[in-house]
Design a protein around this ligand. Sequence first.
Ligand code: FES
Ligand SMILES: [Fe+2]
Length: 433
Amino acid sequence: MTTQAENETLTRVGPGTPAGELLRRYWHPVATALDVTEEKPIKAVKLLGEKLVVFRLAPAPGDTQPRYGLVAEQCKHRLASLAYGRVDHEGIRCPYHGWKYDPSGRCLEQPAEPPEYKHKIRQPAYPVQKLAGLLFAYMGPEPVPLLPRWDALAREDGKRWVTIESLIDCNWLQPMENSVDPSHLYWLHGTQFKSGHLDLHMTQYQEKHEFIRFEYGIMKRRTTPGKNPADPPMVDEHPLLFPTALRHVTNEVRGGRKGGMRHNIQIRVPIDDTHTQVYRVNFVPSATERSPLDQDPPFEHRPLKDADGNYFMEIVSAQDSMAWETQGPIADRTQENLGAGDRGIVMFRRLLKEQIEIVRQGGEPMSAPRRRATRCALKPLRLSLGLYRHRRDPRVHSLRKVDCTSGSPELRLTRLVVSGPAMTRFSRRRNDG
Ligand code: FES
Ligand SMILES: [Fe+2]
């Protein structure tokens, strides 16, 4: 049973809290490229309970790509909001008395002060990197880890777009526990889908679930008996990417026809203790379409409730959102009664506690690489990032992971190539994110 103290430890995200300190060892999306434009270059944002402003610097001569900054919202002079400031090619200027800060937080100008004073002032500032049209921020101590270039974020051989869902009014841990909760698929989403895997839900429940810890999180593996006694079982897997993402796959449907696989990464960003922003980066491989990394992908906004606050219960992500929010702003885990179907959740909580303790003792947590790989290592990985359904051979599909790309300045964590037993049949699968 979870105590109140444990619940606090696992859920709170502010500076100095146990989970907050762990979460500060990772990059998190803080805004999209759409949010800060040449016309409107400053936006007030919140991340891990801190009020911040993200800004896009005015282009300097010769700039080919926009540069971004992220600093505390309140000016170090007398606390006015920088959200109403101005930017130029060097930094952001406070609207009140004109103090100006660069993206590293150095104070560059104080119009009414003697010249030496500015060197004593430092505005809290955090690094920003853009990937897949999202502006990622890192709010922890140095050394700064690499920004993971998960395949759906970094592949160029297909079509990428980003879905931005309504802000979720609950703590980040509720969506993340859902990522290791496969039995909810039948009930929460079961009325949505009437065929295949979910046919079984009213009459039998014979799935076997395994949760396997791996380098970057927890793999959820599901084995479902065939519909007929002679049918082999189906195995599918998809991982929770520690600490705040789910990697998932569905079938792409275009013009009412099934297409290839639609990959996605769902990133659940802890805004503060009781709000979570979900960004879903979608990617469909294609022989003809390309998504160059230096171009922002299209964005779509997905509301989850109507004007009266009722959930759109025909939308899978709104169904999930209903479950997470109705658990409470921060679910009171002292009142739970966990069962055998909650093994994945227990495992995730243990992992979270373990990683919190590693950080508390000054160590490096999992899945936050701080060094570039020095050579290109190709190694088999028992990991299928997505829901691959396989009837002929119940063994897990063997994928390969390229740890780095030779000649590339970036570590590419998951350039995945399907290998091993031929995957002879992909079937339509459900979104059980
Ligand atoms: S409050 Fe910002 S310059 Fe005075
Ligand atoms: Fe779900």
